[in-house]
Ligand binder design. Sequence first.
Ligand SMILES: Nc1ncnc2c1ncn2[C@@H]1O[C@H](COP(=O)(O)OP(=O)(O)OP(=O)(O)O)[C@@H](O)[C@H]1O
Length: 324
Amino acid sequence: MNRSACLIFNPVAGQGNSELELEEIRAILQPEIDLEIYLTTEEVDADELAHTAVKRGVDAVLASGGDGTISAVAAALINTEIPLGIIARGTANAFATALGIPDTIADACRTILQGTTRTVDVGSCNGQPMVLLAGIGFEAETIEQADREAKNRLGIIAYLLAGIRELRNLQYFDVEIETQDKVVKTTAAAVTVANAAPPTSVLAQGPAGIIVDDGLLDLTIVAPASKAGAIAATFHLFQTASTGNPAERDDIGYLRANQFKIHTDPPQKVVLDGEIIGTTPIEIQCIPSGLRVFVPLIEENKPTEKLAGLPNLTVEIKNAPESN
Ligand SMILES: Nc1ncnc2c1ncn2[C@@H]1O[C@H](COP(=O)(O)OP(=O)(O)OP(=O)(O)O)[C@@H](O)[C@H]1O
């Protein structure tokens, strides 16, 4: 008997032709999976469809859309043991990138067909599910400024442009961060708490690598003294993400804990998994191993050597073992 799954598909996500994209998904999955397909509408969102699927009892739920759709479906699956399949078709595809899930439709479908799953942490922010991260300050303002129309026209550049616009009027705030064993007070322009974050979520990149199944959350504080400092700090965080070395600048701090209580003065907007949810204060807890996700079978092996292409290259193998 075939496996069965419920596919929740947002027909207006991303910049592609959604009819063709749905056709492609069907062509790959339907021969092997009994697929029930539900399209999100303006009235019936991914959250409602996913909760209905969980109540009905399904073997797996597949989410196809932008991060909004995928986070909403993931949230409904927390602590259910029902695995989540991700077919990312959005602008940023932060969730797929953070978990190393391919972002082409064909490879994402193959990942689901292979059937390997991994358990990852999730979070809870003021009682709402958090899959990726919560941003206070700069990040929230940037999301608010990257509107739908601009995202359609420009894709991920819309976020970068909004970020650059935001840098012009950098706002500072006093922040108090409480963990189980300490209280940290400082002045900041951005505070980000991440459960998982792709390298493009620059403001989350204080520590070198955010581990999605360690039972802990990573908090990054960015406190540049000037606009030039903000650009330098952002660039440094970008490097942190790409080199795997933790941030070293004085205007960047980071700490790891299983829960945070954060107060700011004045209150700041909070963005949770890409949506503005209100203002500070916030309380965030990690929910260890709260979500099961289909992931690629083999971790990508990074090559340890690359010589091909060098000019006048010769390679001599020394001390070859003698054959008897
Ligand atoms: N059929 C529909 N018509 C109009 N809006 C819809 C429909 N289905 C879902 N939506 C809206 O789409 C939004 C979620 O979009 P999603 O995050 O999946 O894609 P996206 O915005 O293209 O992705 P990204 O955030 O990466 O840009 C929700 O606000 C939801 O209300």
